[in-house]
Design a protein around this ligand. Structure first.
Ligand SMILES: [Fe+2]
Length: 389
């Protein structure tokens, strides 16, 4: 018999052209720390000034924190907390992609509870202190991958230990998220590919982990992975296609976020995340793509019927002579059409000497014993070696 568990409290304003509603939306404070990346992209695209103007129209004062880097660090979060305390900010605004939004979330947590961010990490070298709240969080997402706009996760890296850990608590659900696909029209092709595959895997992996337990989650995740699969080649062919951007954003920012809000991804994501901790300059979506084929070649063998059904949902018929391979064949197809199968770890500076460390972090620090099939460190090293080109 199925069950239902749900708690998705973020108010969402989604749709092309809806950023302007920030001027009239109900906001949870009077002075916002606005977190943006250090590359100045939001400023260059004119989005930062537009958002500051809309917030001013809404009667909100703003302070900019513009030192967010990809794979945001604990050090950066603590620097932003200090600025927020000094300036008297009362809510936290993530503008841009996952890095800016996750920074805003982590800053909101420490702003409310005090102390040091790592005190609240619940794995690895974290202090395992209970998170009893966070200051309010508002987001305007301009990328199309993480789902952090609507879920209760943030991922932060501690540079000195190369730990890239999830903070997962209800207090991290944003109060309000505005998701306007028009802001995504200028995303470069490489980022569109990384984020698109990330979104596909968020939905697909939560569907795998859920294994039909929570009926409501299947509703989100199936629509999510099918929509991402269908629109990824189109959005990569023409990044200015607003219909393709809107569909990808719906799959990524809403359905992917909802799926992860209700269940977990698989070990695929944890290995990729561990690789990102060891090689913090490599985009998260790229690390997922590097290992996807070899991971699913091994993982799907343990649940052949389940993965034949998933492949059929993606339009690839099951083949009785090769049970359980339909999902992998569907994955091969989309990776070939989009060119994702051309990405090589060696082009991104990934050093095979670190594979054991990636396996150690995956098993010992992040932990994977909740997955439907639990891989050993040896299996992880072997699949990383098989993926290396
Ligand atoms: Fe992800």
């Amino acid at each position: 018999m199925f069950t239902v568990d749900t708690y998705l409290p973020t108010r969402i304003i989604f749709g092309a052209g809806r950023l302007k509603e920030l001027a009239t939306a109900k906001l949870p404070g009077k002075k916002a720390l606005v977190c943006v990346t250090a590359d100045g992209l939001m400023k260059t695209l004119g989005i930062q000034d537009q958002v500051l103007d809309l917030l001013a129209q809404n009667g909100v004062e703003t302070v900019i924190y513009d030192k967010v880097y990809p794979n945001p660090s604990r050090e950066s979060v603590m620097e932003a907390v200090e600025i927020a305390n000094r300036e008297g900010c009362d809510f936290f605004f993530g503008l841009g992609g996952g890095s800016s939004i996750d920074t805003a979330k982590a800053v909101a947590l420490v702003h409310k509870l005090g102390g040091e961010l790592w005190d609240y990490a619940s794995t690895g070298t974290g202090g395992r202190k209970e998170v009893t709240g966070a200051s309010p969080i508002v987001t305007v997402g301009t990328t199309c991958g993480t789902g952090t706009e609507v879920d209760q996760y943030c991922v932060i890296t501690k540079l000195e230990t190369a730990e890239k850990l999830d903070f997962t608590v209800d207090a991290l659900f944003p109060t309000l998220s505005i998701i306007d696909p028009e802001l995504m029209l200028s995303l470069p092709k490489s980022q569109t590919m990384y984020q698109g595959f990330d979104a596909f895997f968020h939905n697909a992996e939560c569907y795998m982990t859920n294994n039909h337990r929570n009926r409501l989650l299947d509703l989100y995740s199936v629509d999510g992975f099918k929509t991402a699969y269908q629109w990824l080649p189109k959005v990569l062919e023409d990044g200015s296609d607003l219909e393709a951007r809107t569909n990808m954003s719906y799959a990524a920012n809403i359905l992917g976020g909802y799926s992860m809000g209700l269940d977990f991804v698989t070990t695929h994501h944890i290995i990729a995340q561990s690789m990102g901790g060891v090689f913090p300059k490599v985009a998260h979506g790229a690390t997922l793509i590097f290992i996807a084929k070899e991971f699913y070649k091994r993982y799907t063998k343990h649940f052949p019927e389940f993965f034949d059904e998933m492949g059929e949902m993606l339009g690839t018929p099951a083949d009785p002579s090769q049970p359980g391979t339909a999902f992998c064949r569907a994955l091969d197809k989309v990776m070939a059409i989009t060119g994702a199968d051309q990405l090589k770890m060696s082009d991104f500076g990934i050093d095979p000497a670190q594979f054991q460390k990636i396996a150690d972090v995956t098993v010992d620090v992040t932990e994977i014993d909740w997955d439907r099939y639990v891989m050993s460190k040896e299996e992880i090293v072997e699949l990383l070696e098989a993926s290396y080109r």
